[in-house]
Design a protein around this ligand. Structure first.
Ligand code: PAF
Length: 286
């Protein structure tokens, strides 16, 4: 395996990517905040299978963390991240510092109005404004053909897809299935903060989502009943504090009167101080 070339400057990575595209190469982009795990590896492998050039970005984006969130303790594991990139055949890693992405007089932000204040946005004000802003900047720094996002962060993927549509950004946004531990726990960079006992409780989130899915498959079409089922199951889990359990349409991010079409069943919950999210997306026949 060849080690990926690491870039820190926007102009330099952009020059390289533009040159590749001019030669007719298809470029895939995997934006990350590092602390890479098998979920990221799956995004990279999908990009590797579909593109000639694969670029991974590693940048812990300060603007998507609230004042009381875990920016300082967010894991930074650059050496391990590079090794994972190398073993998965990544060509370029873009790892800018904060000043490269946010010069001191930075004052332009992107919001997908309304969609940034529901679900995770309700308890993380400003989070999706930070995500959209940095992702649009990354799309400009790395003008790729296609960008890959994990479905675990379903709201993020849907918001970015909408931003790209609304602002006519010339990039295809793809989503890749969540990677799970054998017990169902969705892989996340934050899982490393879970204690032994929290790790034992965490798979309850996916079990509850599976039960919700079975209820829909069994004919239940009232979103409030599905949400109640999730609340009931999760309130019985010792040490788990539910942030939200919601059932929304992927077209509107709103709860429909009656389920139909592509539907996102999403949960966010705290185990100790670690916030976990997970979801299931299902196509519901009317
Ligand atoms: O999903 C993430 O890791 C981040 O939100 C992203 C998309 C890299 C933006 O900072």
């Amino acid at each position: 395996m060849i080690a990926p070339r690491v870039f820190q400057k926007i102009d330099e990575i952009r020059r390289e990517v533009v040159a590749g595209r001019q030669r007719g190469l298809r470029v895939g982009l995997v934006p990350t905040m590092g602390a890479l795990h098998a979920g990221h590896a799956s995004l990279i492998q999908t990009a590797r299978a579909e593109c000639d050039v694969v670029v991974v970005t590693i940048f812990v984006n300060p603007t998507q963390f609230g004042p009381n969130e875990d920016f300082d303790r967010y894991p930074r594991t650059f050496a391990e991240d590079l090794a994972l990139c190398e073993s998965n055949g990544v060509d370029y890693v873009f790892a800018p510092d904060r000043a490269e992405m946010y010069p001191p007089d930075f004052r332009t932000y992107v919001t997908v109005e309304g969609w940034d204040s529901v679900l995770c946005g309700a308890s993380r004000p400003g989070h999706f404004r930070g995500v959209c802003t940095v992702v649009l900047k990354l799309f400009h720094a790395i003008p790729a053909d296609v960008a890959y996002f994990g479905r675990k962060d379903a709201q993020q993927w849907l918001i970015i897809r909408r931003m790209v549509r609304d602002l006519n950004v010339p990039i295809e946004v793809r989503s890749v299935e969540t990677v799970r531990e054998p017990n169902g726990l969705a892989l996340s960079s934050r899982n490393r903060f879970l204690s032994e006992s929290e790790r034992r409780q965490a798979p309850a989130i996916y079990s509850a989502l599976q039960e919700a899915k079975r209820a829909v498959e069994g004919g239940e079409r009232r979103p409030e009943i599905i949400e109640k089922l999730l609340r009931d199951r999760l309130s019985a889990v010792p040490g788990l504090r539910l942030d939200y359990a919601e059932v929304v349409s992927t077209e509107t991010l709103r709860r429909p009167v009656k389920l139909g079409g592509e539907t996102l069943i999403a949960v966010a919950a705290f185990l100790g101080s670690t916030r976990l999210i997970d979801n299931i997306i299902i196509d519901v026949s009317p």
